[in-house]
Design a protein around this ligand. Structure first.
Ligand code: SF4
Length: 265
């Protein structure tokens, strides 16, 4: 690990970061846009004066993803309001995304009951089976996402080039890959890696969980965010997304980003 930058250099870096924070970024962990946004997220998550800093970090990451997708996604996208075929599959989320969503759902009795029922159903199914099963997301209402603004990162980035392919995949389990619009997979991967690196740099859990079960836990605890931020293992019973348990290109990217950003905090 490199030595920490001195205070003057850190201050200068933070000033320069303003050019990149919250703006569409270029995809390279060595580039300043990715580093500046990761640093911004880590500093937010470390700031104990911000009560809802986890939800706020999720909202920031969502906006960054939306802005970069809007600027850099190429080619036609078949997704449209009322199309919900992908809203029946396994949804993988970090805890800040869950806490952000829970803040919106809390107080809505019908929706909370749907989440708890979906969590009970999801609990009984292993991840590899769940990925093939079609359980309608409890947040879906009248064929649209009823929490469009705080929806998870993965939901924002599933932009398909073909409705026919989605029908085959999500209605008939064809086993094909979603024909994602050009650029979307990498853009989402970078935002996820930025969020995970910032969580790790803040001493918080950076792994993903199955959405229904994690959301049910958050809704069952009105003070879930404060308790999780204070180090309570509130989500310990929720199974971790198995993809996070294996070394991958994404974990290598996260480590490289942490190596670059850690000395600047
Ligand atoms: S949160 Fe919204 S977009 Fe995501 S799966 Fe559920 S209904 Fe669909």
């Amino acid at each position: 690990m490199r030595e920490r930058l001195d205070r003057g250099k850190r201050r200068l870096l933070l000033k320069e970061d303003q050019t990149w924070i919250g703006r569409p970024f270029e995809m390279d962990t060595k580039l300043r846009g990715v580093q500046a946004n990761t640093r911004h997220l880590a500093l937010m998550l470390r700031d104990s004066h911000i009560k809802h800093r986890a939800s706020r970090a999720a909202a920031f990451a969502a906006k960054l993803l939306d802005g970069t997708l809007a600027k850099k996604t190429q080619g036609p996208v078949a997704c449209a309001k009322g199309c919900y075929y992908c809203c029946k599959t396994y949804v993988s989320v970090t805890i800040p995304e869950i806490l952000h969503l829970a803040r919106a759902v809390r107080g809505q009795a019908d929706k909370t009951a749907r989440v708890i029922a979906a969590a009970d159903q999801s609990k009984l199914i292993a991840q590899d089976q769940r990925e093939k099963m079609r359980i309608v997301c409890p947040i879906l209402a009248d064929n649209v996402c009823s929490e469009y603004i705080p929806r998870p990162l993965v939901c924002r980035a599933v932009l398909s080039k073909s409705l026919d392919a989605c029908l085959r995949i999500f209605e008939h389990n064809s086993g094909e890959m979603v024909p994602f619009a050009d650029g979307t997979v990498d853009i989402r991967a970078y935002v996820v890696v930025m969020m995970q690196a910032a969580l790790k740099l803040s001493g918080l859990s950076h792994v993903h969980f199955e959405m229904n079960q994690a959301l049910a836990v958050a809704l069952n605890h009105p003070d879930a965010e404060e308790r999780w931020l204070s180090g309570e293992p509130l989500f310990a019973e929720v199974p971790v997304d198995t993809a996070d348990l294996r070394p991958s290109g994404l974990s290598a990217m996260m480590d490289a980003l942490i190596e670059n950003v850690a000395p600047t905090l």
